[in-house]
Structure formats: structure tokens, C-alpha cells
Design a protein around this ligand. Structure first.
Ligand SMILES: [Zn+2]
Length: 401
């Protein structure tokens, strides 16, 4: 007989419903019941977890994450396993590791293969649901490319897309592309056929070019406001399209560094509860001490500084993010004035729907995977469970991540 786990919670945010107090029953990898405590009979032999002074939410799903603790996901399958194990301390239970452009296509394919290898293994930690490619078909313009070096960026090519898909065994779920580039519309069209979410980013596209791409199947905008030319009232561009087109959802880094709180509010007021999904965009300096680091990977030895909640190239642009997902969830609620349940939805159900895994992930419902996090009202993480397996527990008396 499978072990049954019962979690008694002060509050459950499914996140579509708030149940208080509530009980969750888990058998094996799946959720059996989620209801008011009075309605759920706990079997005698169940293992009981007491979270009566806490909140239980679905595990966070990060569809844009590069790495942490000095490493990037594509370095090797072992590194990917290590990162999956470490990331659960931030409440993330599944993710799309996100390789960036590399000097050659072969190096890009190697990164994809390393992530794919880890995906096939069952090691404790966050589940890899697929891959998000941030490039290589991105704008070389200084105003849009962010920290990505020009020589790494490539012209859109259906043939190269096929090579990447093949290296991933068909597990690429999302790709960031600049829709204005020659050949981009063909690539977007092919992505739709291959069930890959096309996301516009690192782009100088005009509003009209974005809308043309939407006609072909563009569905998402990568890290809202970042890697896009600023909004102008006579040239609304990608920002204007993202804010007004209901066919587009938006990724948001809610770390308070990449997007000003007022811009977050504008996004929230334009896109609403169903069309924003939180991402971390975390890179290798997430979880590292403050200090100066050499950027050997994509930065060609440039120097970056990690300082609290941000990391930047000396004298230049932000070099990705270092803030954990649980912080982003709390920060979003704080700055846009939404409820905790709404912020949780943007880190769970919304990304699950976008990449088509909401039949098993993204909410606490009977029959779905038992991916969940026990948090407090400030979104500190106390316990993380992936498919019924406890993968993280904060040390007693110690403030978690
Ligand atoms: Zn990124």
C-alpha cells in the first residue's frame, strides 16, 4: 500500500479558492483530496504534516531560469541535477531551464542535450518540464540584446530550430525570438506546429511587426519591458502590443530591479490576473554571496557585480536576476496590490496553462501531481514537495530563503 500523507493547513490557496482551515491528502505522487479540514477524514496510518499556522500553495513553476549558485543548467546533467535540488528551497517545484545563445550552434545543442539528459533521470528536486530557449534568434541592437553578446546571436532559421528540437527530443516548450528579424515569422509558424510557445523578446519590433507575428501564432512577451525598446506614444512597439493585445501573455520579473513598481502596476492593470506569469530569470549568481565575479560564460570575461537583489555588468546593463521566486511572489502582491492568492496564481496556474501542463500541474486539485509549498504570509518557504516527495524543509528556528 502506498504511503498516505495528510497536510493540515491554516490556509490553502489552490489558488482559485482559499480554504481555511484546510486539509490535503496525498497518496503516492498525487493529490487525493483538498477540502475544509472538517470534510476530510485522515486515515489512521497517514503521515501528518502540521502546517496549521502556515499557508499551503501549489509549487511555483519557473519558465525562465538560467541557473544559480555559480552554475548554469546546460553545463552538464549533474549540474542540472544539483540546481534542481537547490531551487526547491525557493518554492519552485518545476521549471523550464533556459539556455542562452552560445558562440556556435553546436555549443547550443550541447547545452540542450545536457538538460535533456537530466530530464530523463529521477533525482530529488524540481522537475524539468522542458526547455525554454532564450535565443539565439534575437536582435543584435544594443537597445534590445541586453547582456547577450552580438557574435552569439543568429538569423532565424527553421533548419536550426529543427536541430535544437531534435537535440531536445522534442522537449523545447518555449522560445524567445525577435519577431522583426528576417525569417522569424517562418520560425514562429513552425514553432506553433511543434507545440512550442513563441515569445517575443530582445527585440526592436514595431507594434505592426508584433501584430503580424501574433497572426502567425506569437503568444507571449519575454521579461516585460526588458529587452524591448521603450514605449513611445507614436511608436508603441512591443511594449504597446504586449499591453493591449489579449492574445499575448507577459513574463514578469517582479524582483523590483528589472521593472519599476509603477510599470508592474501598468502591466497588472492592462493584462490582469490571467495574462501575467512570474519568472525569475535567475542566473549563476543567484544564491551566491555579494561580490565581484568574472563572467566567463556568455560574458567573455566581463566583470559583474552582485549587490543584494541585483547583478550588473560593470558600467552597463543588468546581467539577469538573482532574486528567488518566493520573493518575487511576495513583491508582486506588495507592489501591485493584488492578493497573495492572485500572486500565487501568476507563479503556478498561469505558467502551467501557457506551456500546456495544467492537466497535472499548477493547482491543488484531486488527481493532480502533489507539487506544493508550505509558506507563511511573507512567502518564506518552510517545506517543498515534488510529486509527493518531500524535497526541502527549512531548519527549525532558521529563517528560510
Ligand atoms: Zn533570461
Amino acid at each position: 500500500m502506498k504511503n498516505i500523507i495528510a497536510i493540515r493547513a491554516g490556509r490553502i490557496l489552490t489558488p482559485l479558492k482559499s480554504i481555511s482551515p484546510g486539509t490535503i491528502l496525498i497518496e503516492g505522487e498525487k493529490i487525493m483530496a483538498v477540502d475544509q479540514s472538517a470534510e476530510v477524514a485522515i486515515p489512521e496510518d497517514a503521515t501528518v504534516i502540521d502546517a496549521t499556522d502556515k499557508v499551503v500553495v501549489p509549487g511555483f513553476i519557473d519558465t525562465h531560469v538560467h541557473g544559480r549558485e555559480g552554475h548554469r543548467f546546460g553545463e552538464s546533467p549533474e549540474i542540472a541535477a544539483r540546481l534542481c535540488k537547490s531551487i526547491v528551497g525557493t518554492g519552485v517545484t518545476s521549471c523550464l531551464p533556459t539556455p542562452v545563445a552560445r558562440p556556435t550552434l553546436e555549443e547550443i545543442l550541447d547545452r540542450i542535450r545536457a538538460i535533456r539528459q537530466q530530464m530523463k533521470r529521477d533525482t530529488p528536486g524540481a522537475e524539468i518540464l522542458g526547455i525554454h530557449m532564450e535565443g539565439p534568434f534575437l536582435s543584435t541592437a544594443d537597445t534590445a540584446r541586453g547582456a547577450q553578446p552580438v557574435p552569439h546571436l543568429r538569423r532565424p532559421s527553421v533548419e536550426e530550430l529543427h536541430k535544437m528540437v531534435e537535440a531536445s527530443d522534442g522537449t523545447i516548450r518555449k522560445m524567445t525570438i525577435a519577431p522583426e528579424l528576417d525569417g522569424a515569422l517562418n520560425v514562429i509558424h513552425e514553432m506553433i506546429r511543434l507545440n512550442i510557445v513563441p515569445s517575443a523578446g530582445h527585440s526592436t519590433a514595431t507594434y505592426e511587426q508584433v501584430m503580424e507575428a501574433v497572426q502567425v501564432g506569437l503568444r507571449c512577451a519575454t521579461h516585460a519591458f526588458n529587452g524591448m525598446i521603450p514605449y513611445h506614444h507614436r511608436k508603441p512597439g512591443l511594449v504597446g502590443a504586449m499591453l493591449t493585445c489579449d492574445d499575448l501573455v507577459a513574463e514578469l520579473i517582479a524582483d523590483g530591479q528589472h521593472v519599476h513598481p509603477t510599470a508592474m502596476k501598468i502591466l497588472w492593470q492592462c493584462k490582469g490576473l490571467d495574462r501575467i506569469h512570474l519568472i525569475t530569470d535567475d542566473n549563476n549568481w543567484a544564491g551566491m554571496p555579494n561580490g565581484t565575479y568574472k563572467w566567463e560564460d556568455v560574458g567573455h570575461g566581463r566583470t559583474v557585480v552582485k549587490e543584494g537583489l541585483r547583478v550588473y555588468v560593470v558600467g552597463g546593463t543588468l546581467a539577469g536576476s538573482v532574486v528567488p521566486m518566493n520573493y518575487d511572489v511576495g513583491n508582486l502582491a506588495l507592489h501591485v496590490g493584488c492578493s497573495l492568492a492572485e500572486a500565487v496564481k501568476m507563479a503556478t496556474l498561469n505558467p502551467a496553462v501557457l506551456i500546456g501542463v495544467d492537466d497535472r500541474k499548477g493547482s491543488l486539485e484531486p488527481g493532480k501531481d502533489a507539487d506544493l509549498v508550505i509558506i507563511d504570509e511573507e512567502v518564506n518557504v518552510y517545506l517543498t514537495m515534488v510529486r509527493g516527495r518531500e524535497v526541502y524543509r527549512a531548519n527549525a528556528g532558521q529563517l528560510p530563503n
